[in-house]
Structure formats: structure tokens, C-alpha cells
Design a protein around this ligand. Sequence first.
Ligand code: AMP
Length: 284
Amino acid sequence: MKENARQVRAEGRIVGFVPTMGALHEGHLALVRRAKLECAPVIVSIFLNPKQFGPKEDLAKYPRPFELDVEKLNSVSADALFAPEPGDVYPPGFSTYIYVEGLSERLEGRTRPGHFRGVTTVVLKLLEIVQPHLAYFGRKDAQQVRLIQQMARDLNLDTEIVICPIVREADGLALSSRNAYLRAQERRAATVLYRALDAARREMTRGVRDPLRLQNLMRKVLESEPLANVDYSEVVDAHTFEPLARIRRNCYVLLAVRIGKTRLIDNLFVEAAGPDSEELLFHL
Ligand code: AMP
């Protein structure tokens, strides 16, 4: 992979990269389509990274439909697939890790200790192997992409990190490889994340700027769904991921909710229209 990527760079081509864990869906394919608009070649990786799963998490049962994934990548004309084995990525004696302080400890990091250390370590390795000009990530994993941007900046990486919008089902559920775990009744219940975020958005369009009011409203929506168990529901600054006293700057409304045994995350990105503007733009 390193040799191939080096060669295309030497030819003066713009290398785009889309890292994934496989079990591909329209969210992943949207990243590839976007990358195709800006880069050639577009390289996709499929690597189910064991280091970002906790001991009690779903690594063993995570779906691995490799042949189907290859077909999907062909359908969007991805140029190359990099699908290394865990033993190649982490040979015996592997002992170097990347850790972004502060940002890694909150929210997803608190519920999933070690998760972000595994993410940043593998993403840095993949970026070093492929050395893309641009790498594409989904806003679905908002904290993850914020961490990756921080890492890219702190370590002077040459890759530009591009953030792409969340792709949703018609009823609002954000696409996720983990949606495959949901039984029919759970699948219906899972729309509660979108309904809670949408309720928060409506309050903000009515002028509400108090995070506590939004959180209370979202709790109410989430608690109305018997199958839902809230892990967190927070309004945070989009840069620091720290709680906010009042919604002014760019922020995220973030949710992590268990539906049965399946843990789902989703978010609403709220963008301030201008530096001192009260007007907000919503990305749901
Ligand atoms: P994963 O395979 O879950 O590691 O995801 C690979 C990339 O796809 C990450 O950058 C995710 O944020 C992105 N992604 C996953 N689901 C979606 C979605 N519904 N919409 C947009 N991007 C997504």
C-alpha cells in the first residue's frame, strides 16, 4: 500500500482516503462519492480495529460482509481497497500509541475507556501508510473527527481532514453498521434519537438558547420510549466538547442511547451563522 500510494503521489495525483471498519452502508458510500469529486485515486480501507473495542464490546459479533462490501465499493468506483489483517497492523511487540489528552476522556471516552486511544492510533497508522492529501470522515462520529483534527494539527500531519454530513434513513435514524443488530421493535424505537434531536432543533428555532432546557426536553422525548436507555444527552462546545452555559458559538447536541443491547450515537451540529450572530444553522 505504501509503495502504491507513493507512486501515485509522485505522478502528481491527489490521493483521497476513506477509512472504515467495513459492513458498508450509504454513509460510507457518501464519503467515497464526496472523495471522488475531489481526488483521484480514492483509496478505501476496511479494518475492524481490535484496539478500539473494549473487552465487553461487540468486536466478535461485528458484521463482516467482505464480498458485499467489495461490490458496494465497485458500485461507487472506489479506486483501491486496503484491507489489512490485525496481525499486519499490530505485529508482535507493537507498543506505540497515540492519545489526545482531554478530548479523549469525555462523553464517548468516559463510557468507552481506551476507545479513542485505539481510534487515534489506527488512524495515524493508516494516514502514515496511505499519506493521502485528503481524508474523509463522517460527522456521525463527531467527537472522533474532532479528535482526529486535533491529532492532525498537533502532529503536523500533511493530510487535510474533511468532515461530511450524516446520512440518515427516511425516518431519521442515522445509518450505522450497528443498526443491523436491531430487532424490528428495536428498529422502530431507535428513531427516538432523531426525534429527540429534532425536538431540540425546534426549540432553538423558537429562540431557546439555554442548554438545560434543551436537555430536559430531550430527556422527556427519550424517556417516552420504553426500550431506550440514555447513556448521555449533552450540549457541548463544538471545539472543546465541554458543556456550555448558553448556545452562541458552534456546538453539538450529542446523544448516546442503548436500544436493547445496541448502543447508538447521534448528534445535531449547530453552527452560528456569524461571529456575533444570534442566527443558527442546523445540520441534522
Ligand atoms: P465506521 O466504519 O463506523 O468506522 O465508519 C467509517 C466512517 O464512516 C467514519 O468516518 C464515520 O463517521 C462514517 N460514517 C458512519 N456512519 C455514517 C453516517 N450515517 N453518515 C455519515 N458518515 C458516516
